[in-house]
Ligand binder design. Sequence first.
Ligand code: 2AM
Length: 184
Amino acid sequence: MSESKRLFFAIELPTSLQRQIVRWRASHFPAEAGRPVAAANMHLTLAFLGDVSAEKQRALSALAGRIFQPGFTLHLDDAGQWLRSRVVWLGIRQPPRGLLQLASMLRAQAARSGCYQSPQPFHPHITLLRDAGQAVAIPPPGFHWSFEVKEFALYESAFVQGRTRYTPLQRWTLGDTLRNPDEV
Ligand code: 2AM
């Protein structure tokens, strides 16, 4: 039997934004607020797949490659804490339609392929702190945290030498907005 991997589809964050978020987090949350997510691990999950065999991974990759939709802009303008899952997060007050469509397609493809499906509705967020079991004061996020999303990726989550590491395995480009053929 082939080995399975713990996989999820997600949007990567630009490195410069990851660094800005880390600086903001360091100056707004005390060390005891929770366990900080490493900058390189910050991402926005589109669909969590759970443990997936190599065969199912190939099938899901082929389906993901058939998705055609334009890119979109994300404005990170929200922050909060979920006490039940003990996380502090950054989010988006009004998620763009492109983001919701992409997540919904990937989640539907995963469900049809028999993958684990989260019972939770899609709440786009970037986890900043884990093990945040005590309520913390949440400052408003910094301004100008926007970025263009031009691709999405399939990530592997692995626990290596005592640390969780998320590694992009494959990426897919989102198309440009359809143009008038006469436009140059
Ligand atoms: P989280 O950051 O809110 O914990 C890799 O673990 C990614 O998949 C993380 O973004 C994590 O979300 C998400 N994830 C892990 N387990 C999940 C589950 N059971 N349902 C939905 N998303 C999950």
